[in-house]
Design a protein around this ligand. Structure first.
Ligand code: ATP
Ligand code: ATP
Ligand code: MG
Ligand code: MG
Lengths: 220, 220
């Protein structure tokens, strides 16, 4: 479902160049549950951003289902992201003025899902991440781990084909983290969705079909 | 050095009240290295914010060195925070327009430290957190774990008496996390500074003199 060929990514800062990815080849099949592990600064977020079409490689190719994403125009990319990919960001990227419920609901609004169906899915999802009692709280009225779970709910509520999760349990205690990963595993098995996670958490890694080690911009 | 007596903290949201802390008694001696563990939403950040005088309890008393913090005026509180407490925030709270170096330098500017001494301390601290090569990067040009380490550098650079660290290794891989905790332990031993951490990381807990379990707003 996802394929990368000799992908590099460089960031330019005045005279400095940071080579975040230095030639990555990767192939992910539909329904896989993959973890990407690696030290801080090794390129995990960069890699996920490229897979999720949130950024472009410096060189090399990214394919989604045999489509070269470089050939897609902005509308096609936006639609692809809205309809097929759920993203759990490392810094959550919640909308500060919306409540937990409204943040979770937002991608369904974008997809034009009807109100009754929308409300039902959102409340069910908030229950799954154990935040039903916090539906009305804005992000600044939630703990760090609660915000992370809203980000998770929002990414999963549209039942996307591909879920990219950037360190989804970093701010969660072990028990809550395990609840979340088991939820994701359940979704993966029932819906054959593809999960690609970055993580430092050895508990999360145990669930993976495949573990990819990233080291200094390369797959080790 | 820190004492809390029957401290409660309630957050009011329209008709809803969240009882984040429900009667906490705590005493921390100078030079202790304490970890606070607990599930997401159990009150860790709330507790650290009260110790750090960033917020006020709903009821009960917080003392720093026998001074009731409620009796201190705003100037006294600001000075206390600037001169005696280093804080590593869960969401880092870096200044987006400043580089890693400038963010780390900022508390020294506030203290009026001379330029030569300032530069020397900042560069030494960035070395300690393994970010010397990223001194010129702004926060949006850094990875999640790199931003966290800038937050750590900034908190430690003034050699504060009390360091409050809210999940300081959440975004770090094991090896980088261990490097950081060992740095903190070294500072604790050499300078007899007091460290109070919240954490979910069992590796960090191993270093603690004392482990406090917070559960649903109370110390278990
Ligand atoms: N926008 C940017 N501008 C400049 N450099 C960047 C940018 N984003 C990332 N980098 C650099 O690219 C490298 C890889 O960053 P990336 O965020 O992919 O790492 P990571 O593996 O996710 O790290 P972490 O575990 O700390 O989140 C790092 O050295 C980082 O400083
Ligand atoms: N500003 C706020 N307004 C309303 N409720 C809040 C606010 N800050 C925290 N809370 C609530 O108080 C409770 C304790 O929050 P706190 O941030 O102290 O938890 P925590 O133990 O740090 O959690 P985590 O491990 O997820 O960071 C939570 O239920 C949270 O939703
Ligand atoms: Mg990252
Ligand atoms: Mg917290």
């Amino acid at each position: 479902i996802v394929s990368m060929q000799k992908v590099t990514k460089d960031y330019h800062l005045g005279k400095t160049i940071v080579n975040a990815l230095k030639g990555v080849d990767l192939r992910v099949e539909k329904g896989e549950f993959i973890c990407i592990a690696g030290p801080s600064g090794s390129g995990k977020t960069t890699l996920l951003n490229l897979i999720g079409c949130l950024d472009k490689p410096t060189s090399g190719k990214v394919f989604l289902d045999e489509d070269d994403v470089e050939r897609l125009n902005d509308n096609q990319l936006s639609r692809l992201r809205a309809e097929r990919i759920g993203f759990i960001f490392q810094s959550f990227n919640l909308i500060p003025v919306l409540s937990a419920l409204e943040n979770t609901e937002y991608p369904l609004l974008l997809k034009g899902v009807a109100r009754q169906s929308r409300k039902k899915k959102v409340l069910a999802m908030l229950e799954e991440v154990e935040l039903a009692n916090f539906a009305g709280h804005r992000p600044d009225q939630l703990s760090g781990g609660q915000r992370q779970r809203v980000a998770i709910a929002r990414a999963l509520v549209t039942d996307p084909e591909i879920i990219l999760a950037d360190e989804p349990t970093a701010n969660l205690d072990s028990k809550t983290g395990e609840t979340i990963v088991e939820l994701m595993k359940k979704i993966n098995e029932e819906m054959n969705s593809t999960f690609i996670f970055s993580t430092h958490d050895s508990m999360v890694m145990k669930y993976a079909h495949r573990l990819i080690h990233l080291q200094d911009g390369r797959i080790a």
